[in-house]
Design a protein around this ligand. Structure first.
Ligand SMILES: [Mn+2]
Length: 316
């Protein structure tokens, strides 16, 4: 049995569309309606809301709210680190995906000598930087932060000094930069990335397994291939963006939906089987946006995914 600690991180500072900080509350409501004990049987730690910052004017257009996001990923990273130190398994539920930079940093802080692997189940590659981002939304940057990449070769933005100060702080979080290597990253379900990100994926030959490839080889072989690719990693983190799923099968209750993704069952099979490997040390689910949804469907589907995963793992 794994002893889970749910870390609720109701922050949406990194998203371009408002509402993902409500994803956690939406998940709780789904749990109450479905008589789920997810938030009752497991220990829950809730990080403070930080929505007030959204009333402030944007001063860093190439990395919007980066100062506040830096403070948030630090707080989240500390919580992930203390959860692991207390021999619990962090199940992070976040608003927007910029949080992942904090979770990876927390894992690296717990295991500074470990080689960290990351399995990124997401429609997007989230490898932008302030130099390359077309939107300025930091939820498209957490992997570049964790890997300490600037991608100046593909720069399109003139980035102002203050932004760079905080970008450096984010990369240097907990005085470890980089936290991981692009060779230790696996994309599963990637189907929407921009040319600047594609250049990095090509330069570092990042491993990716597309939705149709998962279907061809099956979820179990995908799990085996991902874990054997990360053979030299000591600790692994799984990041699950709900937009990895097909919005036409699931819901459009997420900020940046992309068609032709996974079914919920495929996600359950992937994640529950990945978690059987003891090197998996943290799991995160993010980007539920109930304001974009119809009758809270994405939260209900996410609840089923989390419950099934925990049940399968605890039956082992
Ligand atoms: Mn994402």
């Amino acid at each position: 049995m794994k002893s889970f600690r749910i870390i609720e991180n109701p922050s949406e500072l990194g998203a371009g569309t408002r509402g993902s900080s409500l994803g956690i509350e939406a998940l709780r409501i789904a749990a109450i309606n479905k008589k789920s004990k997810l938030f009752y049987d497991n220990e829950v730690v809730t990080l403070p809301k930080n929505n007030k910052k959204l009333f402030k004017e944007v001063t860093m257009p190439n990395a919007i709210r980066l100062k506040q996001i830096y403070h948030r990923i630090e707080v989240l990273g500390e919580e992930v680190n203390s959860t692991i130190n207390e021999k619990k398994f962090p199940l992070v539920i976040s608003g927007d995906h910029s949080s992942a930079a904090g979770t990876i940093a927390g894992l690296k802080k717990s295991y500074p000598n470990h080689r960290i692997g990351v399995i990124w189940i997401d429609a997007h590659s989230d490898m932008h930087t302030p130099y390359t981002t077309p939107s300025g939304n930091v939820h498209g940057m957490p992997l570049a932060m964790a890997m300490g990449l600037d991608n100046k070769k593909k720069a399109r933005n003139e980035v102002v000094d203050n932004t760079l100060d905080y970008w450096e702080k984010c990369k240097d979080l907990f005085d470890i930069n980089p936290k991981m290597n692009p060779k230790d990253l696996v994309f599963i379900g990637l189907r929407s990335s921009e040319v600047e990100e594609d250049a990095l994926i090509e330069e570092y030959d990042v491993k990716k397994i597309l939705v149709n490839e998962v279907r061809e080889m099956g979820t179990l072989n995908t799990v085996k291939e991902s874990l054997s690719y990360l053979n030299d990693c000591d600790s692994i983190y799984i990041s699950l963006d709900v937009d990895s799923m097909d919005p036409d099968i699931t819901s459009y209750g997420t900020g940046t939906p992309v068609k032709d993704g996974f079914t919920p069952d495929e996600v359950i099979e992937l994640v529950s089987n990945l978690l059987k490997d003891d090197r998996i040390k943290a799991l995160e689910l993010c980007e539920i946006n109930p304001l974009l949804d119809n009758k809270n469907r994405m939260a209900e589907i996410s609840l089923v995914i989390l419950e099934d995963i925990i049940n399968i793992i605890n039956k082992e």
